[in-house]
Write a protein that binds this ligand. Sequence first.
Ligand SMILES: [Zn+2]
Length: 134
Amino acid sequence: MMTVLQISPALLQEMIIYVDGNAPLEACGLLAGKAARVEKMIGVLNQAQSEVRFVMDPYEQLRAFDWIEAQGLELLGIFHSHPAGPPTVSPTDIAEAAYEVVHVILSRCASQWQARGFWIENGVAREVTLELAK
Ligand SMILES: [Zn+2]
């Protein structure tokens, strides 16, 4: 499991702009990089178009996986937003976690976005430190 994920402040800001632009709908995407350091975020269409859940569009997701592989990067994380909170993974998020990667939740409270990371394994979510490093 991963306990720390490094992300640059600029990349975090890019994620926040993306999810804020999709709010009040939940937005989702992938985080790619190397050695626990995120180098790229890729937004993926939320097929559910819902304010309370997300389903990654399978075609866009597959295309993003191909791109990540072609760049020689690894899938490090999956992010999605909770525009109306809470700042943690939901029971549905835990039940539907299909990849052993860091699950990043961007939640909004009083128009401020915050990001938290979680590692989900065997139905248990553990916090992953998001290290803001340039
Ligand atoms: Zn969620």
